[in-house]
Write a protein that binds this ligand. Structure first.
Ligand SMILES: [Zn+2]
Length: 699
């Protein structure tokens, strides 16, 4: 019934062969990774696992009981051994003696470091007391969609007992913290035979005497919930469909139009990156009769709304009579209204010591008949926010199908969102990099200068779309960069810059991948050499097509996006020393490069009023890693200077004023400077990166 795995039960993946010979901490790691591998069991970063293990105290040599529990900020699916914090159980128990009551529960977090075993630097999470005080050796806390659907139903207590009898208990909503740990302990003492407990509006706790038993209980209990929904939740999802679903290509086309405009409207404080999701679970929701009322109720599980804000923005779009122009025109007001509502929520709920209001913009944008758009400070966060809202959709689907769905009370939601401990976590986050949230497209992105540029921009936190016509090199470059910086940060598009249609569709793919564009690096090129009397019209046109026309086409597309997005823009042309200084036997190339430079000046003039900056980097003789220099151009240049190809690099170095070779990384550094805010007040400029060449001094 839930998600795309409709009807499928969770498989028991425990392998005795694999677990044999593992230590208890290793079995905990094994169990955690198994549980976290399926989003139906727990959402990304959600839930935690623990084991109480007898170990030798490094100080006294005595055997003591140690709690191994997922540390702060980890994810059970990808956690490694160093992701667990370790704490003395006797010290954790001793904390009860200094606990001053629920109104002081937050101060208990400060005592957790005092309980650290074996100098483990991994910080203990807020959920540590929940695991410590359950008097069982192995404890799982998960956020399964099927269980939260029960936990977020109006009659969740009744449903829990109907489905699980006495095996699984129920506790009313309580913010995770020290007090909830004591509640869990009390529950276990009063119900010694229970195998777990449902926490209202939150999730599931289960336990066992061995790691395997805990794992199998967790799987079994979630499967029972899934099975129960299969038989009970048989009506149409969300009360039935009231709006048509558009065809996939139309959905993508609408998303490409909406995303940059939304992005421009919400990126004033910090640049944001977008994500588009039109999976079946989302489409079921955004075409249903219950879309508006359910969306307005907000999400339930604390994890969900911390990632997605308390509620989404439903975009005014009618898939039965699609008029995207009308929708775009209404967006500024819709977004302003959302911000005002959020500010009002903050004012209603704030306490004397609440942190200042955070970004009031929506994270989730639901578009009827089209799908879901999310925006966050980086791509991974935007994607994960979308995953969380899919979890929330699954929960609403289950709860509203068998009962009445209830969101968390507003004040409770606020107290978690603006929890001082949560704020402290945010304050500890490293300062964002200089290009965080920026989106760049680099043509010729698979080659020497292009790839070095992508690398430099990604080093500073940018998302990059590599555009190239060389499919094999493109794939290799994407693999290399995603291995280094993470898959979320890089995409590639096959783009022939001389084709109007290919340029338009490549930029469209970029918009769909990241939601907008801030930086265009126009770099795709070639070089040819021939005396003018031997220059064929075809050769002349080829240079003009790729260098002059190609630069024009990609710039025009970028300008169109920048103007829609209304957040400025940045264009960097990779031209050449030869655009300023004549070179023997290369009139077609030199003339086309000069055209690029003058095009940049014209665009700088046109773009300035919209805060679009256009600048030029002029490299010279960048041989290393260049695809241009691998072909006959190298031989032709060598011939023109009457020397061997191997002598070229030394020749260019000796020819330069500084007697230095120029590398792709040197060009990338200048591009980064011009693409970043460091050069915020420069436009129409040329930076030569040629180790010094007097004929190409600008004037
Ligand atoms: Zn939880």
């Amino acid at each position: 019934m839930l998600d795309k795995h409709q009807g499928a039960r969770l498989a028991n993946l425990w392998d005795d062969g694999k677990a044999a010979g593992m230590t208890e901490p290793e079995k905990l790691l094994y169990r955690s990774n198994l549980l976290g591998s399926d989003k139906r069991i727990t959402n990304y970063g959600g839930g935690n696992t623990s084991a109480k293990v007898m170990e030798k105290d490094p100080l006294t040599g005595e055997i003591v009981e140690v709690l191994w529990v997922k540390g702060s900020g980890g994810d059970v699916g990808t956690i490694k051994m160093d992701g667990f914090s370790t704490l003395y159980m006797d010290k954790l128990r001793a904390l009860k003696g200094i606990y001053r009551g629920v109104e002081f529960e937050d101060e208990m977090v400060g005592y957790l470091p005092h309980c650290t075993f074996n100098l483990n630097p991994r910080a203990a999470s807020i959920d540590t007391p929940l695991h410590a005080y359950v008097p069982k050796p192995h404890v799982d806390h998960m956020h399964p969609d099927a269980i939260i659907a029960i936990a977020a139903s109006k009659n969740s207590r009744e449903l829990t007992s109907k489905i699980f009898g006495d095996e699984i208990g129920w506790l009313p909503w309580k913010r995770p913290g020290y007090e909830l740990g004591l509640w869990l302990e009390k529950f276990c003492q009063e119900n010694p035979d229970a195998r777990g407990v449902v926490l209202e509006s939150h999730g599931l706790f289960t336990w066992g005497d061995t790691a395997k038993e805990a794992y199998e209980t967790t799987i079994e209990i979630i499967n029972r919930a899934i099975a129960w929904f299969e038989t009970e939740n048989t009506g149409p999802a969300f009360g039935g469909r009231s709006k048509p679903v558009l065809a996939a290509a139309d959905r993508a086309a609408i998303a490409k139009k909406l995303m940059p405009v939304i992005r421009g409207l919400i990126s004033a404080g910090e640049s944001k990156v977008g994500h588009f999701d039109d999976s079946q679970a989302v489409l079921d929701f955004v075409t249903s009769t219950s879309l508006e009322p359910l969306a307005a109720l907000g999400t339930s599980c604390p994890d969900h709304f911390l990632r997605t804000k308390i509620r989404p923005l439903v975009v005014d779009f009618d898939p039965a009579q699609p008029d995207v122009g009308n929708t775009l025109a209404g967006l500024p007001e819709a977004i302003a209204t959302y911000r005002a509502d959020y500010a009002a929520y903050y004012e209603r709920c704030k306490r004397a010591d609440s942190p200042a209001m955070r970004d009031p913009n929506a994270v989730v944008y639901l578009v009827p008949g089209v799908g879901m758009i999310t925006f966050a400070k980086d791509k991974a966060t935007a994607r994960i926010s979308a995953e969380f809202y899919v979890n929330a959709i699954n929960v609403m689907r289950g709860a509203s199908g068998v009962s009445t769905y209830v969101g968390l009370p507003e004040q409770e939601a606020f107290d978690i969102e603006y929890w001082l401990l949560e704020e402290a976590k945010l304050q500890r986050m490293p300062k964002p990099k200089s290009l965080a949230g920026r989106i760049a497209l680099v043509t010729g992105g698979a080659g020497g200068i292009g790839k070095a540029t992508a690398n430099r921009l990604m080093q500073e936190g940018a998302c990059v779309v590599l555009a190239d016509i060389d499919e094999t090199a493109l794939e290799a470059a994407q693999t290399e960069l995603s291995t280094r910086y993470g898959k979320d940060f890089v995409r590639s598009v096959n783009m022939n810059v001389t084709s109007e249609a290919a340029v338009e569709s490549g930029f469209g793919d970029a918009l769909l991948a990241f939601g907008g564009l801030d930086i265009l690096v126009s770099n795709a090129g070639l070089a040819t050499s021939a005396a003018v009397e031997d220059t064929t019209l075809a050769l002349w046109n080829k240079n003009m097509d790729i260098l002059a026309t190609g630069y024009f086409l990609v710039s025009r597309e970028a300008f169109r996006i920048f103007r829609n997005q209304k957040a400025g823009g940045n264009v960097v042309f990779v031209a050449s020393k030869n655009g300023l200084a004549a070179s023997p036997g290369a009139s077609a190339y030199c003339t086309a490069k000069a055209a690029e430079i003058h095009l940049a000046r014209c665009l700088a003039l046109e773009g300035a009023s919209a805060q679009i900056r256009v600048n030029v980097v002029n490299p010279d003789a960048v041989l290393r890693g260049s695809k241009i220099w691998t072909g006959e151009w190298k031989e032709q240049r060598a011939a023109a200077y009457k020397m061997d190809v191997d002598e070229l690099e030394a020749h260019y170095r000796e020819r330069s004023m500084l007697k230095l070779s120029v590398f792709p990384e040197d060009i990338a550094e200048a591009i980064y400077f011009l693409a970043s805010d460091m050069s915020a007040k420069s436009t129409g400029n040329i930076v030569n990166v040629d180790a010094g060449n007097a004929p190409s001094f600008t004037r």
